[in-house]
Write a protein that binds this ligand. Structure first.
Ligand code: SF4
Ligand code: SF4
Length: 174
């Protein structure tokens, strides 16, 4: 079924479930370490208690702190995050992203989940969307992977560094 959000719903929550704002409770890396971390760190934007835990159970290093209760809000031990993006592929809420700030002076790489067809290919130009689906920049696909071999694709996109807090989805342009 297509999206049934009305415009006021859209102001609060992007149709995919992506948060409209960097809300209190969203998990962000420590800035100094983030700027030097090759491969990037995870960002998790899932501040509400819901019965869901694949981010924690899929993380191979324990960087997503194991939940005591399935309703726990994700917490990250950034010393353990490798930027592998397994949680990006596994999260059913499309709430996990990895951002690598080391790509260039003005560019970063975001690894985001992509579940639509056609899949983008390496080198393709895509439209980058903010949390409410507005096009905010162009991006270039850096890599396309399927980390869990379960048909969930993680797309790495080169984006303007100044927009790492805004870009949360892409649109493939055929
Ligand atoms: S990116 Fe990899 S290491 Fe980091 S939290 Fe996600 S699954 Fe764990
Ligand atoms: S898997 Fe995704 S939706 Fe579920 S708790 Fe973790 S971040 Fe939230």
């Amino acid at each position: 079924m297509g999206c049934t959000c009305n415009s006021s719903d859209k102001e609060k929550l992007f149709c995919s479930g992506v948060l409209v704002d960097n809300r209190p409770g969203a998990v962000l890396p420590p800035q100094d370490a983030w700027e030097k971390k090759k491969g990037g760190y995870v960002i998790i934007e899932c501040p509400q208690r819901i019965p869901c835990n694949p981010c924690a159970t899929s993380c191979p290093t324990g960087a997503v702190v194991p939940f005591v209760d399935i309703n726990d809000v994700p917490a990250i031990d950034y010393d353990k995050c490798t930027g592998c993006a397994l949680c990006v592929a596994k999260c059913p809420g499309l709430a996990c992203f990895v951002v690598d700030l080391t790509y260039g002076a003005d560019e970063a790489v975001i690894k985001l989940p992509y579940e639509l067809e056609p899949k983008p290919v390496k080198g393709a130009r895509v439209k980058c969307l903010n949390r409410v689906g507005d096009e905010v920049s162009d991006g270039e696909v850096f890599a396309v992977t399927e980390p869990l071999k379960d048909h969930t694709t993680v797309v790495s996109v080169v984006i303007p560094k100044k927009l790492v807090g805004e870009i949360r989805a892409i649109k493939v342009v055929c």
